[in-house]
Design a protein around this ligand. Structure first.
Ligand code: ZN
Length: 188
């Protein structure tokens, strides 16, 4: 995905021009009228890995009701809102997509997806109850044992990598923060 092309000033509506602002090293969309510089920066996607069971042996998955990857499974996640902290966003997305109430845990994974301009962050979490209700973006919820995760039906590489790390850390008995970069998938 290329950088979004900005054509109009978001403040005053004047057609922007690509130029390098003073002291910077790359072209930006600059408004010739009001001077506004429209910076395009990566977007934060924040989510949770909500577990259930005496030993946290089950995880909450959501089957997506919307594109992209409609019908595939994910954990609750979505775009961080302006004015919202990462933990607040994680709790909100989990509530919106699964109707789930959680106790938020530690940050677990931070995954750069450079080619789409996104950073995905996932928190550990504990479901407080099984009183779930799928949101508009979710077909159904599924609280499933970690060894029954449908790996071939996971919606996004960042979710798959996060769940793989989680399964490995859980088996090792120690959770750490995982940071990595996911490269563009090659087309065949
Ligand atoms: Zn302007």
């Amino acid at each position: 995905m290329p950088r979004p092309e900005i054509r109009f000033c978001r403040l005053c509506g004047t057609a922007t021009a690509a130029s390098i602002p003073p002291g910077e090293d790359r072209e930006r969309a600059v408004c010739p009228d009001c001077g506004y510089v429209d910076y395009v920066n990566p977007i934060n996607v924040v989510g949770t890995i909500p577990v259930w069971g005496q030993a946290g042996e089950q995880v909450l998955l959501c089957r997506r009701a919307i594109e992209p990857r409609k019908g595939y499974w994910t954990v609750p996640a979505g775009f961080l809102e302006f004015g919202e902290s990462l933990p607040d966003g994680a709790i909100r997305e989990t509530r919106e997509e699964a109707g789930a109430r959680i106790e938020l845990g530690e940050l677990f994974s931070v995954i750069d997806v450079v080619h789409v301009g996104q950073v995905h962050l996932f928190y550990r979490a504990r479901l407080l109850d099984l009183d779930l209700e799928p949101g508009l973006e979710t077909i159904e919820n599924w609280v499933v044992e970690f060894d029954r995760i449908p790996w071939d039906e996971i919606a996004f590489p960042t979710v798959r990598r996060t769940l793989e790390h989680y399964v490995a850390d859980r088996a090792a008995g120690a959770f750490t923060v995982h940071t990595e970069t996911i490269e563009r998938r090659r087309s065949h």
